[in-house]
Every structure is written in structure tokens, then in C-alpha cells.
Design a protein around this ligand. Structure first.
Ligand code: CA
Length: 220
């Protein structure tokens, strides 16, 4: 949703980027192409992409899962940070959006790390569980339709290993989570998700006001 971190003035956000953001050329090109897209607000912000790549390196991720690809900025950020034999299973329903993503994965020479599954993500996650992939993922990024956030989380917590991290995007929803008159289904779904996760003793949670709000949940 937001194109900058919540609550920071434009000037302070510009400063933050000027002393921290190092965006690969291929990511910058993808961001510029996606900026022309009518749904461009679905793209993660560059500082968020850099944060995801940082987490992948910090955690030594070898096997990652992404739920919601869009034009591939976050998957490219993750794939660039993975080791050469690392794997990212990327879930999306759109051939159209992911065609852009695939073009940039090729350009960045990371296609061999990415296994794109075009299907409803819940089906892909259930297939992975049926194939015995429970406990094998180091990292999950959830950034798809908000109504299914809890369903994605319930599958992800099974798929991730102990000590692995599930990152969830848009948890502050441009501030709409505290707007009492907003009863949009997506807003309500995010409120419910945040409350349930707060009470979930299977994970340790940290909520960061990066971009549109990111929650990190580490599985016990
Ligand atoms: Ca998002």
C-alpha cells in the first residue's frame, strides 16, 4: 500500500534511503517498469526489499517460500540474497504479472533458484505439506490477498522449521487498522490476523513499522 515507511516525514524517509539503500540495478529497473503498472502500489518498497534480502542472509536461508509474487520485486530481492543452490518457491495466481517477474529473474540470473507455482497459494501450500515438506523451509514471506492471511499463516507455520521466520507484509495497512470507520473485509482480516498472532504461543513476534508494517514471527 504505502510507498514509504509509515509515520516518517518525506524528508526523513529520503534521508534514511540516502544513507542505507543500495538497490541493485536490476531491482531498480524492475521498480521503474512496475511504476507504470495500474496496481503498482502492490509492489514492496525498495527499503523493504533490502530488508528481506538482509533477513535471508542473516538467517542463512537456503529454502524460502513466497506467497504473492506480483511483478517479482520481493522474490528477486530474496533470490539475489540466496546462495546459488538456494531455492525459492513462489506462489501466485497471475500469469500476466509473473511474466514481468520471470523476465527480471532471467536478467538477474536467478531463475534457477525460483520455482514459480501458478495456482491458488493455499493449493500449492497443501500440496507441499502432502509431499512431506513440513519443517523444511527457513523463511516465508506472506504478501497476498489479506482475507487469507490466517490460512496462509497456518500452513506456513507447518512448513517452516523451528527457528525459521515468517514475515508478513502490510500489517499496518496504511494506518487503516486503527481507523474505526473502516470495516472493509481486508482491513478486518488484518486486524483479526494481528490479534490472533499476538496470542499465538507457537511463535515469537516482532512488528516493525518498515514500509506498510512487517511482522516477523519466529517459530519456536
Ligand atoms: Ca505488500
Amino acid at each position: 500500500m504505502a510507498n514509504k515507511s509509515l509515520g516518517l516525514s518525506s524528508e526523513l524517509h529520503e534521508y534514511l534511503l540516502s544513507v542505507s539503500l543500495k538497490e541493485a540495478d536490476v531491482l531498480q529497473q524492475l521498480r521503474q517498469e512496475t511504476a507504470q503498472h495500474p496496481q503498482q502500489m502492490m509492489q514492496v518498497t525498495p527499503d523493504e526489499g533490502q530488508f528481506l534480502g538482509f533477513l535471508v542472509r542473516l538467517l542463512g536461508v537456503r529454502k524460502a517460500l513466497e506467497i504473492g509474487v506480483f511483478t517479482g520485486y520481493s522474490s528477486l530481492s530474496v533470490a539475489l540474497a540466496l546462495p546459488d543452490d538456494g531455492q525459492l518457491i513462489a506462489c501466485d495466481v497471475s500469469e500476466e504479472f509473473t511474466a514481468i517477474a520471470r523476465r527480471y529473474w532471467e536478467k538477474a540470473n536467478v531463475s534457477h533458484k525460483i520455482d514459480l507455482r501458478i495456482a491458488p497459494a493455499l493449493d500449492t501450500l497443501d500440496t507441499l505439506l502432502a509431499e512431506g515438506a513440513a519443517g523444511t523451509f527457513d523463511f516465508v514471506f506472506i504478501d497476498a490477498d489479506k482475507l487469507n492471511y490466517w490460512n496462509y499463516f497456518e500452513r506456513s507455520i507447518q512448513l517452516v522449521r523451528s527457528g525459521g521466520v515468517i514475515a508478513v507484509d502490510n500489517v499496518l495497512w496504511s494506518g487503516q487498522v486503527i481507523e474505526p470507520s473502516n470495516h472493509e473485509p481486508s482491513t478486518e482480516a488484518i486486524r483479526t490476523f494481528n490479534q490472533k498472532l499476538y496470542q499465538d504461543n507457537r511463535v515469537t513476534v516482532c512488528m516493525l513499522p518498515v514500509s506498510d508494517g512487517i511482522t516477523l514471527a519466529m517459530k519456536h
